[in-house]
Design a protein around this ligand. Structure first.
Ligand code: URA
Length: 218
């Protein structure tokens, strides 16, 4: 390798590092603005978002339901057909099952909130892509930061992907939401939609809730 090409290589590396640092700083400042703006600002930003193609095919963006000061936040995957039509998360069949878990956990209406990893329905309910999850992530983290729950319950694998962590089913991990943000207990359970077709796992699902109830009970 010549001295010249070495210098070029070092320059490219420096440029890349600078870009990565700038991207990180931009992402942090976007997130900071979303959090500082509070719920109405954040919700308007979600409604206005055109950062991926999903906004072109939605009927309604789906933001949240439940308390604004919850103990528990459930995170689903993305709106389905019913949610897209109404703008309300988990309002179909899977939602009925989620309601059953909420009752089983003896949560009061002020104790829980439900949000999704993506705010827009992917066409034909396909699984969200890595890119879509990444683009929507600041909204998710800002929502969590503002809701500030004691525990987050991930409903399935897509919600887990947004945190870049691997959890086993029924496992709890302490996860920091981002630089300078809260550290919250995160539990991963089966997605209610998956349970509709896998009733054999129901006992296991309720055992997860029994095992960790100390995290949401006073
Ligand atoms: N499944 C989800 O993940 N979210 C909803 O809102 C509805 C079904």
């Amino acid at each position: 390798m010549t001295e010249n090409s070495k210098t070029e290589e070092t320059k490219t590396k420096d440029t890349k590092m600078k870009e990565t640092k700038e991207t990180k700083e931009t992402k942090e400042s976007v997130l900071k603005d979303l959090i500082e703006g509070g719920f109405p600002f954040l919700e308007q930003k979600i409604l206005d978002c055109q950062k991926c193609a999903l906004c072109e095919t939605v009927t309604n963006k789906v933001i949240s339901k439940g308390s604004k000061t919850p103990v528990v936040v459930f995170i689903g995957e993305a709106p389905g057909k019913n949610e897209d039509e109404t703008g309300i998360p988990f309002c179909g069949k899977a939602g009925k099952l989620l309601d059953k878990y909420i009752d089983y956990m003896e949560l009061k209406p002020t104790d829980w909130a439900v949000i999704n990893t993506l705010k827009c329905r992917p066409p034909d309910n396909r699984t969200p892509t890595k890119k879509e999850i990444e683009i929507c992530r600041p909204f998710l983290i800002a929502q969590l930061s503002l809701l500030n729950p004691k525990i987050i319950i991930l409903l399935g694998n897509t919600a887990e992907k947004a945190f870049g962590e691997t959890l086993g089913w029924g496992e709890v991990k302490k996860i920091q939401m981002g630089d300078g943000l809260q550290t919250i207990d995160v539990l991963k359970i089966y997605h209610p939609a998956a349970m509709i077709y896998q009733r054999s796992r129901e006992a296991e699902q309720y055992a997860f809730l029994d095992r960790w109830k100390c995290l949401w009970e006073e």
